[in-house]
Write a protein that binds this ligand. Structure first.
Ligand SMILES: CC(=O)SCCNC(=O)CCNC(=O)[C@H](O)C(C)(C)COP(=O)(O)OP(=O)(O)OC[C@H]1O[C@@H](n2cnc3c(N)ncnc32)[C@H](O)[C@@H]1OP(=O)(O)O
Length: 470
């Protein structure tokens, strides 16, 4: 770590200090405002502020109780993280320091709380690019290759030597393996910075596995190097009486490699292992909205090519084509036959909740968008399903009400269902309120149906584009 002073610190002066006692208390500076984190792949990029800069989830939450740094004027912190060895180096610049009533934050300790031992001094950091140039290869060389996909062009756009042959590989390892645990410890800062709510996993627990996605490049002489693109950590839970559930707890693709299919490759590899080792099912620990979107795209694709499901999808589609929706049809659309749910879990390791998420997309992708009646029927069935998810069939009589409430999470909407004593009671209290509420409730349900339709269409489009590329 290096400290750079832009100006002289003010000379302490008794009179001045007395006056400071009456001035405003130091408001501090938010970590988000003064810290920049760069991912660098060689020495030349260190110190160059045009290097790849990441957008952390929220640096404030990693800094003390209120996310602020105190006692500095003009503070700038640049953190350089190597994507070769995953060491880090921090450089601070500031004009002056003074205790404005909240002390002076110990930057070194604060950063060490986040970056741990991977944070090293500049000379050591610069040297690490050559010293540890093969560190990923060394750690992963005896791991089990789960998938290997040859690269035709240079998809990571960093090397372009004709004689090189590259492949993207997914390598599975146990975190109990010491060098793997050590490598994971160096990746923890990235988890804290880039995975919302991410926290370190216990590398001493033998039930943790980690899947690394790497780019492997072999030169003319047959020698090869490896570059880490991302990883996924999975936990194996006991499932009564004699099986195991596999839960994906942390997945991260390095920002410069996101959106190129590596996240998908990681998830497909975990699914492959889950099927071949016959685990009970695959679950996710608090998936982000985006990860859930990706998961649903991948599972829908798998379900589309799953032969035993075809007749169930076809009968749902014929019912939609036939005409007006009757109760039976609506039920068929609101969920797959229970027998299929079990087969899907056994064969594809997709659990019931996730299968339900994919079901409407599976039907939608098989519909003809020009068939208006069919499309209308589909929307009606989605609407019926949303209503029954949120309100019981008898909601009009049992007093359940859906209301929109503000939330702290930036979601578009949050709904809560509450049960009032009786409708009569509400009517007695305020007759017009009851009718206003039911109008609002209807509007909110309609909005929810529209949002679900939008999600279904978006995933269906994505799935169709994947399908064409395969
Ligand atoms: C349980 C948890 O860990 S929750 C936290 C999840 N992790 C994070 O939030 C950390 C930050 N995010 C990430 O690391 C990544 O974005 C991940 C892991 C969520 C996804 O990894 P990525 O490599 O970016 O995903 P991938 O490239 O496979 O898919 C992303 C997009 O590329 C598209 N894509 C994937 N494969 C291909 C392909 N072969 N051709 C064209 N497009 C493709 C996908 O459809 C998707 O597009 P969309 O956003 O328009 O729908």
């Amino acid at each position: 770590m290096a400290l750079k002073h832009k100006g002289e610190e003010p000379v302490p002066d008794a009179k001045k200090r007395k006056r400071v006692g009456f001035t405003k208390i130091d408001p501090g500076i938010e970590a988000n405002e003064c810290i920049k984190v760069f991912l660098v792949k060689n020495q030349d990029e260190v110190g160059d502020r045009s290097s790849f800069c990441i957008d952390p989830v929220d640096l404030n939450q990693l800094f003390g109780e209120d996310g602020k740094i105190y006692g500095y004027k003009g503070l700038k912190i640049d953190i350089w993280l190597s994507i070769v060895s995953f060491h880090g180096y921090a450089e601070f610049t500031f004009e002056s320091t003074s205790d404005g009533g909240k002390g002076i934050t110990d930057l070194k300790t604060a950063l060490q709380n986040i970056f741990g031992e991977s944070l090293i001094e500049k000379a050591d950091f610069l040297e690490s690019f050559s010293r540890e140039s093969q560190c990923i290869r060394t750690v992963l060389s005896d791991g089990a290759v789960v998938r290997s996909v040859p690269l035709m062009g240079d998809e990571t756009s960093e090397t372009h030597v004709d004689a090189e042959v590259s492949a993207v590989e997914v390598i599975r390892m146990n975190l109990l393996n010491m060098p793997v645990g050590l490598l994971y410890s160096r990746l923890i800062p990235l988890v804290l910075l880039l995975v919302e709510g991410g926290s370190p996993i216990d590398i001493a627990d033998p039930r943790w596995e980690i899947y690394f996605v790497v780019k492997k490049t072999r030169d003319k002489s047959g020698d090869y190097s490896m570059k880490l693109l991302g990883f996924a950590a999975a936990y194996l839970f006991y499932h009564y009486p004699d099986s195991t559930r596999l839960r994906i707890s942390q997945i991260l693709v390095l920002p410069q490699y996101q959106g190129k299919g590596y996240g998908r490759l990681l998830l497909e590899s975990v699914n492959f292992v889950a099927v071949s080792e016959n685990v009970y099912d695959v679950t996710f620990e608090e998936p982000s909205e985006y990860l859930q979107h990706l998961r649903t795209c991948i599972d829908t694709l798998r379900l589309l090519s799953f032969e035993p499901l075809k007749s169930a999808i076809n009968s749902a589609i014929s019912s939609l084509k036939e005409g007006n929706l009757c109760k039976k049809t609506s039920k068929l659309l609101s969920g797959p036959p229970p027998r299929m749910t079990e087969i899907v879990r056994q064969k594809l390791k997709i659990n019931k909740k996730q299968f339900l998420r994919c079901w409407e997309v599976l039907i939608y992708v098989n519909l003809d968008p020009k068939d208006k009646k069919c499309m209308d029927n589909f929307k009606t069935s989605v609407s019926d399903r949303v209503r029954s998810d949120i309100l019981d069939k008898d909601s009009e009589n049992n007093g359940k009400r859906l209301i929109e409430v503000p939330n702290d999470y930036g979601h578009d909407m949050t709904f809560i269902v509450f049960q009032s004593n009786t409708d009569e009671e509400v009517d007695d209290q305020n007759g017009s309120l009851a009718s206003d509420q039911s109008t609002t409730q209807e509007e909110q349900l309609n909005q929810l149906v529209d949002k679900q339709m939008k999600d279904i269409i978006e995933i269906a489009k994505k799935v169709s584009s994947f399908d064409n590329k395969q």
